[in-house]
Design a protein around this ligand. Structure first.
Ligand SMILES: C[S@@+](CC[C@H](N)C(=O)[O-])C[C@H]1O[C@@H](n2cnc3c(N)ncnc32)[C@H](O)[C@@H]1O
Length: 475
């Protein structure tokens, strides 16, 4: 019969003496050891759990503080709160870049109705017609002005008329609006020749106007091919920072990745998917085939004059005619002579066979071979080709030549076809869902005039980073 039971371990005793002895023991009873151990373990587990929870919650607080601090520091400038006006908007290269960075467009303006149509389709907003008609008093506050101001008056493709051309002065319209609205930043773009034309008068004029308007100017020169996009297109970017924001330090662009191999294929459609209309045919094909025949006659390592003007050689000019030619024409004829004499029989037979097509258009008789010495199995179709005012230009097939607004659509020699408008869109870094004009002529012109979206984004993002503008995650 059990009389005594230990409260600590539950052991039972029949005799009091044994029970008292048990209570006086210094070491714990044997049968409580396990209980104590498991109680201790449970207590420890609990303590660890509490401690871990504490640590996690401290970490979370710190993290939230970090995020909060980041936002707090940037509350002055958060890209989501920045508005921009898109002057000379074209099809919105700047719009693409700025909206990717979170900014909001409040006004766009372009005189070309086809551009306006495409702009509206893509960005869902109406576009004003003439920059000259913008009354700054009628538009709200703006943080950014962007604009690739018309370049015809400055570019090589135009006639370099600089200030004698009214379009050159459209730059003044930007300054007129900037003086009134005082945006924080201006991002402007133009062709690289702007740095030199008019004995540098144009660039000095621009710098002076920007400075007098209260902005610090930093100029960048860049091309898509320097950042992994296969188009060589040197352009000048003007970054203007309002003087009160300017931090006395220069903005740095990310390092160029020029030497990395660019995968052309990523930018090209599959040959089998390309509409028949883009493949060269007729006179262009006949003329290129003719030149290709002659290219194959040259020895490997033959140095081809940069420009061959074959019709000039066979036009039966007299000595007197020659003397009366302009100097540049004389120079070409003289420079072409050694190559023509070296392969005289071949040239003669070839010219006789193809003279009709070569003479059909002046430019068909001019070859601008810009790909170095003749290589084994060389062919005109190993390269990019452009039928230009100056002749048939053959360029290395590493990068596409600059897309231009005038009709010099690059021919992708390997596939004997023009590049398509969608491929032009890719070379200008417009997204795949960009709605392109159904008229190819307009589409080529628009992409030829546009800014490269990725290049512009790089310039603007670098500026934003430099000025601690808080960027949303997808920027
Ligand atoms: C170099 S493009 C700019 C292209 C644009 N940045 C883009 O990404 O598509 C110049 C544009 O200025 C426009 N333009 C010329 N004169 C203008 C004027 N008076 N007012 C507004 N736009 C004008 C042209 O129609 C052309 O689209």
């Amino acid at each position: 019969m059990v009389k005594y039971s230990c409260e600590r371990c539950g052991k039972e005793f029949k005799q009091k003496g044994h029970y008292m002895k048990h209570l006086q023991r210094k070491t714990p009873c044997d049968n409580i050891k396990d209980t104590i151990e498991s109680n201790l373990e449970a207590k420890l587990d609990k303590l660890i759990e509490i401690k871990v929870k504490e640590i996690f919650s401290t970490l979370q607080d710190n993290n939230t503080n970090l995020i909060v601090n980041k936002e707090r520091n940037s509350t002055t400038m958060n890209s989501k709160n920045l508005t921009f006006i898109d002057l000379f908007s074209g099809i919105g290269g700047f719009h693409q870049a700025l909206s990717k960075l979170g900014c909001k467009c409040t006004l766009a303006c372009d005189i070309d109705k086809n551009c306006r149509k495409i702009y509206k389709k893509n960005y869902g907003m109406g576009v004003l017609k003439d920059v000259k008609l913008i009354n700054p008093e009628e538009i709200g506050d703006i943080d950014i002005i962007c604009g690739g101001f018309p370049c015809q008056a400055f570019s090589n493709a135009g006639k370099k008329k600089t200030f004698s051309d009214d379009r050159g002065l459209l730059f003044d319209e930007i300054i007129r609006i900037a003086k009134n609205k005082k945006p924080k930043f201006m991002f402007l773009e133009n062709v690289k020749h702007i740095l030199k034309v008019g004995n540098c008068e144009v660039i000095e004029y621009i710098k002076d106007k920007i400075s007098k308007c209260g902005y610090h100017l930093q100029i960048f020169k860049m091309s898509p091919h320097e950042y992994g996009i296969p188009q060589e297109r040197q352009r000048i970017y003007f970054v203007c920072v309002r003087n009160d924001i300017y931090n006395q330090k220069e903005i740095e662009l990310p390092p160029k990745i020029e030497n990395e191999t660019i995968e052309l294929d990523k930018f090209l459609d599959k040959k089998e998917d390309i509409n028949e209309k883009y493949f060269i045919k007729g006179d262009v094909l006949e003329c290129l085939n003719a030149w290709d025949e002659m290219i194959k006659e040259f020895d490997v390592d033959e140095k081809i004059s940069p420009t061959i003007m074959i019709n000039e050689h066979y036009n039966n000019h007299t000595e007197e005619d020659f003397d009366n030619y302009a100097q540049w024409r004389k120079d070409y004829i003289t420079k072409n002579k050694p190559l023509i004499n070296k392969y005289k029989d071949k040239w003669d037979a070839w010219y006789e066979k193809h003279k009709d097509i070569l003479k059909k258009r002046e430019i068909y008789g001019k070859l601008e071979w810009q790909v170095g010495k003749i290589k084994p199995n060389d062919s005109i179709f190993n390269y990019f080709i452009q039928i230009r005012q100056s002749g048939i230009r053959v360029k290395k097939a590493k990068y596409f030549p600059t897309l231009v607004a005038i009709s010099q659509i690059p021919i992708y020699g390997k596939e004997k076809r023009y590049i398509t408008p969608r491929e032009c869109a890719r070379l200008q870094s417009f997204p795949e869902d960009f709605i392109i004009s159904e008229e190819d002529k307009d589409a080529y012109k628009q992409f030829g005039n546009a800014v490269n979206v990725e290049n512009v984004r790089t310039v603007i993002k670098s500026t934003f980073n430099h000025y601690d503008v808080y960027l949303s995650e997808n920027s």
